[in-house]
Design a protein around this ligand. Structure first.
Ligand SMILES: Nc1nc2c(c(=O)[nH]1)N[C@H]1C(S)=C(S)[C@@H](COP(=O)(O)O)O[C@H]1N2
Ligand SMILES: [Mo]
Length: 244
């Protein structure tokens, strides 16, 4: 009897995912891929997963919120050139730092899912975000074992003159629905929604989904970045873990 209860608990669909988290927390994010990837499909709709909506539920006009798009000469050059000159820098505590072009990001397996975006201001909108899973991109640079957080450095300027930034623990960064979105509603992401690359974290509040990402830096601590709380809104009093 005891034994069957034990086996039943092992059989919970969440276990494979939690095993993945354990491994990523020790810095072995690349080792989890083979284990977690085949489970993704079975896990949709289970605990810890954001609800996935049918295309018919998608709001065609996805609301725009937050600071204005970057207005630097460099950004405007990229916009005018279909972002061909843009590179996403992925560095910090990694074995193989990279600067990925959009074509290289499109070469990763893509996830394109309609999920609900909840802003802390109290509105929600359903949008379909497509792009590589963050964990695949992080695995490709091989995080060092001491890396604990991914920090997202953005290109827009906030009202205190700083650049917007956000961060995730590697646990959340490895979530199978967390993507670096290149598309919104089956079209290339537009400047207003964070082009060319924005983070999309459907399990957390909207402010975690950083737009206009220029650089992802892996760190052991975010205590010395910005105001030290892990994000622009966190530095202004919001929660770092903004689970929905
Ligand atoms: N770089 C950057 N990312 C950001 C913001 C911002 O001002 N700058 N606003 C956040 C907030 S509060 C929300 S609700 C969403 C809005 O995304 P949307 O404009 O695609 O709706 O982006 C988030 N990411
Ligand atoms: Mo928001």
């Amino acid at each position: 009897m005891k034994r069957s209860i034990f086996l039943a608990s092992l059989g919970l669909t969440g276990c494979g995912y939690h095993l993945g988290n354990k491994l990523t927390e020790t810095g072995w994010i690349h080792k989890t891929l083979g284990i977690v990837q085949p489970l993704n499909h079975a896990l949709i709709g289970t605990q810890g997963m954001a609800r996935v909506y049918p295309d018919s539920a998608v709001n065609r006009n996805f609301r725009v919120n937050g600071f204005d798009p970057p207005n630097t000469a460099q950004y405007n050059t990229w916009v005018g050139d279909d972002y061909r000159g843009y590179r996403l820098i992925v560095d910090g505590m990694v074995e193989r730092p990279q600067a990925y072009s959009l074509a290289e990001l499109r070469a990763f397996p893509q996830l394109n899912q309609a999920t609900r975006h909840d802003c802390v201001e109290g509105w929600s909108v359903i949008g379909k975000f497509g792009g590589p899973r963050l964990r695949d991109v992080l695995a490709s640079v091989v995080p060092k074992s001491g890396a604990r957080y991914a920090v997202f450095h953005c290109m827009d300027t906030t009202d205190d003159g700083s650049h917007y930034y956000e961060s995730l623990g590697l646990h959340e960064a490895a979530h199978p629905q967390t993507v670096l979105a290149l598309e919104l509603n089956d079209a290339p992401l537009d400047a207003a929604h964070g082009a060319p690359v924005r983070l999309r974290v459907p399990t957390q509040l909207g402010y975690k989904s950083a737009k206009w990402v220029r650089r992802i830096e892996l760190v052991a601590s975010f205590g010395n970045i910005g105001g030290g709380k892990g994000g622009y809104w966190e530095d202004n009093g919001y929660e770092w873990y903004a689970g929905i």
